[in-house]
Design a binder for this molecule. Structure first.
Ligand code: NAD
Length: 358
């Protein structure tokens, strides 16, 4: 197969980690007879420095005209002081909305070899953890009207949480379809005891639950979800929720494993086009030193093969290669811990090791 990937390396460790993911994709192409054509587009601070904007209109067009987008990370202290409208993160919001990326998928998996990195390691509660957070990404309170005004002699501010049935239904379908390919269980998170938008959310999810009767379905309130993620996270398979709840809960879930550098993500549109990126930022504190962990980006590339290119065999091969490298004791500094027999490697050595396992 021939696929075109728009590559957004971004800032900080972005270029280093993306280079390792591209190495792995090249190895897959060679082994399975595919061609991955790459189109490199500047984003974030790198684009601000060259063009004065976090992404150009032409760059955005090139993101639309490809089979999928691979992103490193954007941002850094150099650009923290500029006009908020031109900040590096604005480019991400633009790409998400222009490409219609409404579904954010974040798997949280406990690699047995990295158990010592989990803050819950003593309890064993997160052992074998393997859950998928499906977050609605283009609606809800982040996209509703924001207003600050004067009333009765004081300043008042409001943010509108708005969802339509169709927005809820399309994210619900992503969750149920995802569950069908995993543990066949969906927990839908809301605050239906208080919010009208949650009552509608629940009504639509119940309709879908009847349609997907092969999937076990439960409602759960957002506050209880926050507790259950710490108390008994293994009860979850797929969690689906609206934008802000998902933002908060997905960060909580990712911390269960304790290794931010390992976590991939996918943002999907209603077609095959998606954007794939690690969940962490540009880590300016370690940029340019070849010590960053590239595995979150490499696993994001695996998600790209699975969700955008329909190449499950190739995706499985990358995930198995990562697992094998960890089993051999190789670690970048962030996940090295103090276990015996660990071999500390650089960012590029980690990429080479994954390729060698392929
Ligand atoms: P961060 O995720 O960049 O870093 C947090 C900590 O984790 C740092 O100590 C960093 O060294 C470490 N870390 C992160 N990724 C790592 C990896 N792959 N290997 C080893 N260690 C890793 O978060 P931050 O420090 O809050 O933000 C830094 C910059 O990144 C900010 O400008 C922020 O706006 C931006 N950011 C970008 C994105 C994105 O592009 N999607 C997401 C979050 C933050």
């Amino acid at each position: 197969m021939n696929k075109k990937i728009t590559v957004l390396k971004g800032d900080g460790i972005g270029p280093e980690i993306v280079n390792e993911a591209l190495k792995v994709l090249d190895k897959i192409a060679e082994k399975y007879g595919h061609t991955f054509e790459k189109d490199y587009v500047d984003i974030g601070g790198a684009s601000i420095d060259k063009f004065g904007v976090p992404i150009t209109a032409e760059g955005l067009e090139r993101c639309k005209n490809c089979d999928s987008v691979l992103l490193g990370a954007v941002g850094g202290p150099k650009w923290d002081v500029i006009d908020p409208a031109l900040r590096p993160e604005k480019a991400l919001l633009k790409v998400r909305s222009e490409l219609g990326l409404f579904a954010n998928l974040r798997p949280t998996k406990m690699f047995g070899q990295l158990k010592s990195a989990s803050p819950l390691k003593e309890t064993g509660i997160a052992d074998g953890l393997d859950l998928m957070m499906v977050r609605e990404l283009t609606g809800g309170i982040y996209f509703g009207e924001h207003k600050t005004f004067e009333e009765n002699g004081q300043t008042v501010a409001t943010d509108l949480m708005l969802y339509s049935e169709s927005e809820i239904e399309r994210i619900g379908r992503v969750a149920f379809e995802t569950a069908r390919k995993r543990g066949k269980k969906v927990h839908s998170v809301d605050k239906a005891n208080v919010l009208d938008s949650s009552k509608l959310w629940r009504k639509v999810m119940h309709r879908l639950a009847e349609e997907y009767s092969d999937v076990e379905y439960s409602d759960i309130l957002v506050d209880n979800t926050a507790m259950q993620l710490i108390k008994n996270p293994s009860q979850f398979d797929v969690i689906v929720t609206e934008n802000m709840f998902g933002d908060i809960l997905s960060d909580e879930a990712s911390m269960l494993t304790g290794s931010i550098g390992m976590m991939p993500s996918a943002s999907l549109s209603s077609g095959r086009l998606g954007m794939y990126e690690p969940i962490h930022g540009s880590a300016p504190d370690i940029a340019g030193q070849n010590i960053a962990n590239p595995l979150g980006t490499i696993l994001s590339a695996a998600m790209m093969l699975r969700y955008s290119f329909d190449m499950p065999k190739e995706a499985d091969a990358i995930e198995a290669a990562v697992d094998a490298v960890l089993s051999d004791g190789y670690r970048t500094g962030d996940i090295a811990g103090s276990d015996e027999g660990i071999k500390k490697v650089s960012c590029s050595e980690m990429g080479d090791l994954v390729c060698s396992k392929l």
